[in-house]
Design a protein around this ligand. Structure first.
Ligand SMILES: [Zn+2]
Length: 336
């Protein structure tokens, strides 16, 4: 299997966000990629400039960062053709590797705009090297820039950053320098497209957690009727957990729970609601092994949410009282 280490450059509306009249916020103007073998050696390169069709003028920041000239962009290839050519170059047996999760999302958004829907694998597993770098050198959550990682690993900076091929090259160098073998099974799953039916749903067991990606629902009731959403199971042995805290909402798009497995200890759960449109949504559910401290943090979270809710209620009550008072005063005025 090959690793396709990919990076995209994109343009955005030169006249600012308020002028967006398209389904696209970022228009891809360059694809760069290197093909890396199992020994993490670079075997081939791909670079293609794409002729802009939506935002024909470069946003000043993009111009400053990428140094593209209008002539260069004008000679670029048609997006659809470039994608067909690029996917052909990728071959039959590969996995995408990117720095962060944005590139694959934007790639598919642009493809959708041009009628190229659901062409990439489903589910789309990929390697997020920014996340792996964070797991290895930070806390697994901090998102570092590519240039930070390059500097940190003392990789020689022979070409300028911020062009698709050079950033793909540097990402591949980071992959080579870090102990990738240890983290390579920590695959990410792209959710630009969600499962449409039960059979397409995704369930993956990782070393310390399980991840479930549901089909679409139209209501919270419908969502919790699905056992794969509501059941609290151990991420290691799959047995039902003894519930400590049943699913509770943060009032927004998150739910949390805490359970205990006889054999494997505390497991905490998290459900994230992802909107598809105004009505439909799907969920990403994670069940993860935790310790005493992690368990306590779930209790604290619930307390904090309750406290917030109380404050909000109190504020509303205060507000109502104030309004009532004003109302009374006004009435008094009228009487006068
Ligand atoms: Zn267990």
């Amino acid at each position: 299997m090959d690793y396709i280490v990919m990076d995209l450059e994109w343009n955005q509306n030169p006249y600012g966000k308020d002028h967006i009249h398209s389904d696209i916020t970022f228009e891809i103007i360059e694809i760069g990629a290197v093909k890396v073998n199992e020994d993490r050696e670079i075997e081939d390169r791909y670079q293609q400039i794409i002729k802009p069709r939506i935002f024909k003028k470069l946003h000043y920041k993009i111009k400053e960062i990428t140094q593209f000239t209008p002539e260069e962009l004008n000679k670029g290839k048609d997006f659809r053709r470039a994608i067909v050519e690029f996917l052909e170059w990728c071959g039959d047996d590969y996995i995408f590797c990117t720095w962060g999760s944005m590139d694959l999302a934007e790639l598919q958004k642009n493809m959708k705009h041009y009628g190229m829907e659901r062409i990439l694998d489903f589910p789309l597993f990929y390697i997020d090297l920014q996340k792996m770098f964070s797991l290895r050198y930070d806390d697994g959550h901090i998102k570092r820039t590519l240039s930070h990682a390059v500097e940190y690993l003392n990789i020689e900076e022979t070409i300028p950053f911020h062009r698709a091929l050079s950033d793909a090259y540097y990402t591949a160098r980071v992959m080579k320098e870090m102990d990738f073998e240890k983290y390579k099974d920590r695959l990410s799953i792209d959710t630009f497209y969600s499962p449409r039916i039960k059979e397409e749903e995704v369930f993956v067991r990782f070393d310390t957690y399980t991840k479930y990606i549901s089909r679409e629902f139209l209501s919270k009731e419908e969502m919790f009727e699905e056992k794969d959403v509501s059941e609290m199971r151990c991420n290691i042995c799959d047995k039902m957990l003894k519930p400590k805290l049943k699913w509770f909402s943060d009032g927004g798009r998150m739910y949390y729970c805490l359970g205990e497995c006889e054999e494997h200890g505390y497991v905490r759960g998290k459900i994230k609601i992802k909107k598809v449109d105004d009505e439909a949504f799907f969920v990403i559910k994670i069940m993860k092994s935790t310790d005493e401290e992690g368990a306590n943090s779930i209790y604290e979270k619930q307390d904090a949410i309750r406290e917030k809710r109380r404050e909000r209620r109190q504020k509303m009550l205060d507000h109502e009282i104030v309004i009532d008072e004003i109302w009374d005063e006004e009435n008094n005025d009228d009487e006068d």
